[in-house]
Design a protein around this ligand. Structure first.
Ligand code: HXC
Ligand code: NAP
Length: 298
């Protein structure tokens, strides 16, 4: 019998916001040929890798975030690595006008948008009692309201008449009430609810809506902010059933599955990609408070 890699072996990834130096296709390279994806927060981290993997499968992309320079630099790298088009646009998902302008520019450029990935988010560690009213609201505005804004605008401008797919990047934080995360956990839980509501309401218009909930993912701002290096030092990986953090390419492969015809009968659900993490990870208040107070001192 020939030796095969383990079936939980992660694909290659790089920790930084650079494209992969090599890529082994697991799916058909033409899976998204002729498609166009609008990816919020696509200039960094998980969103950047989703853009790259979609483009490697034939898709053109629009990447949108507040910082035009960031998405413009990302777009150059993505186009050079994949040979597909990437349109970088400035937009704040909290502001419907700026998103509407971005969607209109995307439609002028590509004449279609097939896929929306709601990936933009904001997060930090903070105990509920120290969280200002505005801090809580800010995270809900970016994550939850931003997801609704982009979904509604794309539905009205294109999906209602042509069908489409929405992939909402959420998290498992609310499943067991993660400490110091009431803002992000509440925001992501609301998005998971929105996924079901919109899947039911927009299914007849041939719009599929799903969530993808990553666990701890290496090489991301999210993990850095949640004390990733400290958690690693405390042996986080040994607590995760699959004994390691996930990587951005793995999450991009999940998004590719949900966005593509492979998931043609999948809607209204959440794909958890966390190595089993939420089932076993301890919810350590004092250790989390230590990470938070060390971040406060910086
Ligand atoms: C407590 C904080 C804070 C912090 C900001 N605030 N940072 N409160 N701890 N570390 C408060 C501010 O004091 C202010 O409240 C309010 O939040 C809004 O802050 P602004 O800086 O004005 O907001 P804004 O410029 O809109 O920036 C949003 C942001 C910022 C979320 C605060 O960090 C950001 O832009 N983040 C984007 C990148 C990011 O977060 N990436 C990680 C996503 S990962 P007051 O009351 O003073 O006005 C992720 C992981 C999920 O989501 C799960 C992982 C397992
Ligand atoms: P990241 O690199 O910080 O990505 C967040 C992106 O959102 C940034 O590119 C940011 O760009 C953009 N953004 C933030 N606020 C915005 C706004 N108001 N309007 C438009 N764009 C905005 O973080 P990440 O770790 O890769 O996280 C990506 C997604 O995965 C998030 O939804 C996060 O919640 C989720 N997630 C991550 C992990 C993890 O381990 N990292 C785990 C679970 C879930 P600008 O600053 O330029 O606007």
């Amino acid at each position: 019998m020939s030796e095969q890699p383990a079936l939980d072996q992660p694909p290659a990834d790089v920790e930084t916001d650079e494209c992969l130096s090599s890529y082994d296709y697991l799916y058909s390279p033409t899976l998204l040929n002729g498609r166009v994806a609008f990816i919020t927060g696509g200039g960094s981290g998980i969103g950047f890798r989703i853009a790259e993997v979609f483009m490697r499968h034939g898709c053109d992309t629009i990447i949108v975030s507040r910082n035009l320079q960031r998405v413009a630099e990302a777009a150059k790298k993505l186009e050079a690595a994949t040979g597909r088009r990437c349109l970088p646009l400035a937009g704040d998902v909290r502001q419907p006008e700026s998103l509407t302008a971005a969607v209109e520019e995307a439609l002028r450029t590509f004449s279609r948008v097939d896929i929306l990935v709601n990936n933009a988010a904001g997060n930090f560690l903070c105990p509920a009692s120290s969280l200002s009213f505005n801090a809580f609201k800010t995270v809900l505005d970016i994550d939850t309201v931003g997801t609704f804004n982009a979904s509604k605008i794309l539905f009205e401008r294109f999906f209602r008449d042509h069908g489409g797919v929405i992939v909402n990047i959420t998290a498992t934080l609310a499943y067991r009430g993660q400490v110091l995360q009431v803002h992000a956990g509440s925001a992501k839980a609301a998005i998971d609810a929105m996924t079901k509501h919109l899947a039911v309401e927009w299914g007849p218009s041939k719009v599929r809506v799903n969530s993808l909930a990553p666990g701890p993912i290496s090489g991301t701002e999210g993990m850095r902010r949640l004390g990733g290096p400290a958690a690693e030092a405390m042996g986080l990986s040994t607590i995760i059933p699959l004994q390691r953090m996930g990587n951005k390419t793995e999450i991009a492969h999940g998004a590719l599955f949900l966005a593509s015809p492979l998931a043609s009968y999948v809607t209204g659900t959440t794909l958890v990609m966390d190595g089993g993490s939420w089932l076993t990870s301890p919810n350590l208040l004092s250790a989390s408070l230590d990470v938070w107070s060390s971040q406060m001192k910086k």
